[in-house]
Every structure is written in structure tokens, then in C-alpha cells.
Design a protein around this ligand. Structure first.
Ligand SMILES: *Cc1c(COP(=O)(O)O)cnc(C)c1O
Length: 455
């Protein structure tokens, strides 16, 4: 693979959508994505299944790269790491690398997937609050760009492993800035009571900086902050960056120069048309660049090289889930009725509604309908009443067994968090582009599950 080969940027213009940019309804009433009717995908690959609009995803990825490169052109430069945990496959890893991104990994499985795709280790980072020896060894021997150290304990652990390997490991320190953001607001209060990072407010971060600077097999190249997820405003990032820069300035006063900064991921998307329009990558990039300029003016230090780690905002809206309708049932609720529409997947392919009360929307995919809408709830087939796919959505009253429903914005933390609950098999992931379908990940079958069971 030639990573220097960058295909011409596509017009993105996609950052504000709930549906993939290439999703549209045909005259026949069917929904299609990138020239392929969803009914044809269901026919060929079955349901449930994930459908990836490749141009949409790559457009988003390139938009982030272009926005960061432009905002940081006159500063120390920038790099975008795709947060692989949102969704990772070998093809996606390759596309990200071709589009100029690096990839963040947080386990042996993620890192080996990227390496198996032919993407060199130097385009990877390794995260995690409890990395194993095997993960750290793999990161060092595959030459990752950096390992993000998360605790004082891990400083000694990585130092010992690097020393055994006779290598110097490039490391970042993950700081707990006290800024926690998510949903629509941020709370700049002490969000210290959680498992990630080295606390700034208690001085642990400075202890860590000093220790890494003295370690002979560690090279302290960066400071890292990640403040949360599904964030719809720039202010949390600005507040966290200010804290990171204060630490960088302090380090420089101790004679420790830290050339890189990573400001994490968490850039929000729209799951339904009710969600606020998140700032564009350009807006985020400019806001971050202005914090960097301010820091330079204040500290007199050289601009750092800045990286960010978007996951959801690249892959989330470019994928949808296709389900087949089974049972429908009307239930009396306060002041009316609700129709329960059961589909052939559920919390095993999308745990987010159960885990975070996340909201989604749904559309009939195999036909359009003139029937009047009824208040509906789309539910899965698992043995839990919390097995909800879409809490509240208006669907045509004639939706019936055999219809297809498409749920948009399931690309991030959908397949990635899938399970085999109730011994359901994980769905396939198929990519569509210019009328062509490619299966990226095949459906599991029950024999796959039985193969683990040694009796
Ligand atoms: C989860 C995570 C990300 C990506 O978050 P998104 O909300 O998907 O953008 C980036 N960096 C770190 C350290 C993370 O844990």
C-alpha cells in the first residue's frame, strides 16, 4: 500500500447529516445507499446488517485532515488519529491511512487489525488504562508513534519492558484536566473520580512528567487529554487545552521540552434531527488553533505539533443498520397507544440505547407508504425489556412482518460493541460505493459460536 498516494478530496458537506450522504429514496419508494437498494443488500447478505457508505466516511475523514492541516499550517502542524475503537476493520484501517490519518488503538486486537491491514506501526498510537505486557511489547516492536501512559504505575511498567527490549519507547502522558464534557455541556469541575489519566489538580501529572523525563528507556514526546464523547461545543476542548498547555509550560521551566499535544476525540454527531447541529471540523480546528496561538504568545514556547482523535464523527453517520420487521404489537400507554415493532437484532448489535439511553430514528427501507404515521417503538429480540432500538419514532401504520427498517448513524460503537447475547450471531458489515457492494466483515454463524464451546 502506498500511503503517500492520496486520492483527490471529495466534497464532504456531510458533517451535518443524520443519514449517510449517499442515502436516498428512489422513485420505487426503496431506500438506497451509494446506488445500491437496501432491499438488495438484505436479500444478498441477510438481516440484521451494517451498511457503510464508503464515500461518506472518507469524506468525513478527509474533511478533518484538511481542517486540521489548514488551521495548523502556520503553527506546529497537525495530525488526525482515527479512534479505531468506534469501528475497526482492515479495510477501514487502510482507507484511513490512505486518506492521511493515523489510527488510535487500545488493545492487542485493535493494533493487530491495523497491522494486518498493512498499515505500519508508525501510523498508530496505543491507549488504555490497563495495557498488558503483550500489548506494550507489540506497540514497541511494531514501532508505534506513541504509547499513551495512563498512570504512575505504568511508567515503571513500560520503562521495564522497553529496557528488556533494548528500545526507547516514545510516550505521551494522559492528563486528567478536570474538564469533563459530553452531551451538550461541559462541567469544568473536578472530574477526578474516574479511572483515566494522571491528575493535574493534585500534582500527579508533574510527578509523572519528571519521572518519564528521567527514565532512560522512555522518550516523553507528548501530553494528552480526552474529555469525553458526543460533545457539541468547542468550549470544553478550549478549557482542557488551556490546562494541558499550563503543564507544558511548567515542564519547559523544568528544562523538559514536550513537542507534541493530543487533544483527544469526542466530537459530536446528530443521531436524530432533534439533536443540535455540532460545530464543523473547521470550527473545532480553528478553535484549537487559536488556543495554541494564545499559549505560544503567553509562554514564548514553540508551537507544539497537535493531534486529535475523532472516532464517532468520522464513522458514526456513514453507517446504518438494516433490520427486518417481525412481530408488531399495540400497547396502551398514558393518553394513547404505542406500537411495538420488533426487529431481528437489538441490544446485541446496538447496546447504546440500553447503555446511554441513546436516541435514534428509523425509516421504512424497502418501500414508501402512504399510510398515516403511528407512534412506534422499535425493539429487538432479546430477553430484556430495555432492549430498545429506537425509543420513539413515527412509522407508517402499515409496517408489517417482512418490511425492512433502516436505522441511521449506527457506525460508531454499534458493531464495535456488539455481543453474542442470547447466542445471536454478529451481523455482517458491507461497504457500498458507486453501486458496488463489498462485504467487509461476514456474518457470524452459530457454528462459529459452537466452535468456542469445548463441551
Ligand atoms: C473514545 C476515545 C476517542 C474517540 O471518541 P469519539 O467520541 O468516538 O470521537 C478518542 N480518544 C480517546 C482516548 C478515547 O478514549
Amino acid at each position: 500500500m502506498n500511503l503517500e498516494h492520496m486520492p483527490a478530496p471529495q466534497p464532504a458537506g456531510t458533517v451535518d447529516g443524520v443519514w449517510p450522504v449517499n442515502a436516498r429514496r428512489l422513485n420505487t419508494g426503496e431506500l438506497e445507499v451509494a446506488g445500491v437498494p437496501l432491499a438488495a443488500i438484505a436479500q444478498e447478505y441477510g438481516t440484521p446488517g451494517f451498511v457503510l457508505d464508503v464515500c461518506d466516511m472518507r469524506g468525513r475523514a478527509r474533511t478533518w485532515v484538511a481542517a486540521m492541516n489548514e488551521a495548523f499550517a502556520d503553527l506546529g502542524g497537525a495530525r488526525v488519529y482515527y479512534a479505531g475503537k468506534a469501528f475497526l476493520s482492515k479495510a477501514v484501517a487502510r482507507w484511513m491511512a490512505e486518506d492521511g490519518l493515523s489510527i488510535d488503538t487500545a488493545s492487542e486486537g485493535e493494533l493487530r487489525t491495523v497491522l494486518a491491514a498493512g498499515v505500519p506501526g508508525r501510523y498508530c498510537g496505543l491507549h488504555g488504562n490497563n495495557k498488558t505486557r503483550e500489548e506494550i511489547e507489540l506497540a514497541i516492536t511494531s514501532g508505534v508513534a506513541h504509547i499513551v501512559i495512563d498512570s504512575l504505575d505504568e511508567i515503571d511498567f513500560v520503562e521495564a519492558i522497553a529496557s528488556e527490549l533494548g528500545q526507547v519507547a516514545p510516550v505521551y502522558l494522559r492528563l486528567t484536566t478536570g474538564v469533563h464534557a459530553g452531551g451538550h455541556e461541559f462541567i469544568a469541575t473536578a472530574h477526578e473520580d474516574q479511572k483515566f489519566g494522571l491528575s493535574v489538580s493534585t500534582g500527579v501529572s508533574r510527578e509523572a512528567i519528571k519521572r518519564v523525563a528521567q527514565a532512560s528507556h522512555l522518550n516523553l514526546i507528548g501530553l494528552h487529554s480526552h474529555i469525553g464523547s458526543q460533545i457539541a461545543a468547542v468550549d470544553g476542548f478550549e478549557a482542557a487545552a488551556a490546562v494541558v498547555f499550563a503543564e507544558r509550560t511548567w515542564a519547559s521551566e523544568q528544562g523538559i521540552d514536550i513537542p507534541e499535544i493530543d487533544l483527544g476525540g469526542g466530537y459530536g454527531i446528530r443521531y436524530t434531527s432533534e439533536d443540535p447541529q455540532p460545530p464543523t471540523p473547521e470550527t473545532f480546528a480553528r478553535a484549537l488553533a487559536s488556543v495554541v496561538s494564545h499559549h505560544m504568545a503567553e509562554s514564548g514556547l514553540e508551537a507544539p505539533h497537535v493531534s486529535i482523535e475523532p472516532g464517532r464523527s468520522i464513522i458514526g453517520p456513514s453507517m446504518l443498520t438494516l433490520y427486518c420487521v417481525g412481530t408488531t404489537k399495540d400497547v396502551a400507554i398514558d393518553g394513547g397507544a404505542r406500537r411495538y415493532v420488533s426487529v431481528d437484532g437489538g441490544m446485541s448489535d446496538n447496546i447504546r440505547p440500553a447503555l446511554y439511553e441513546a436516541n435514534y430514528t428509523a425509516a421504512l427501507a424497502n418501500r414508501s407508504s402512504e399510510a398515516e404515521d403511528v407512534r412506534s417503538r422499535v425493539v429487538g429480540k432479546h430477553c430484556e425489556s430495555g432492549d430498545i432500538v429506537v425509543r420513539d419514532v413515527a412509522l407508517p401504520s402499515d409496517v408489517h412482518r417482512g418490511d425492512l427498517l433502516a436505522i441511521p448513524a449506527t457506525g460508531a460503537y454499534g458493531y464495535a460493541m456488539a455481543s453474542n447475547y442470547n447466542m445471536l450471531t454478529k451481523p455482517p458489515v458491507v461497504a457500498v460505493e458507486n453501486g458496488e457492494v463489498t462485504e467487509l466483515i461476514r456474518r457470524q454463524n452459530v457454528d462459529d459460536l459452537l466452535a468456542y464451546d469445548l463441551g
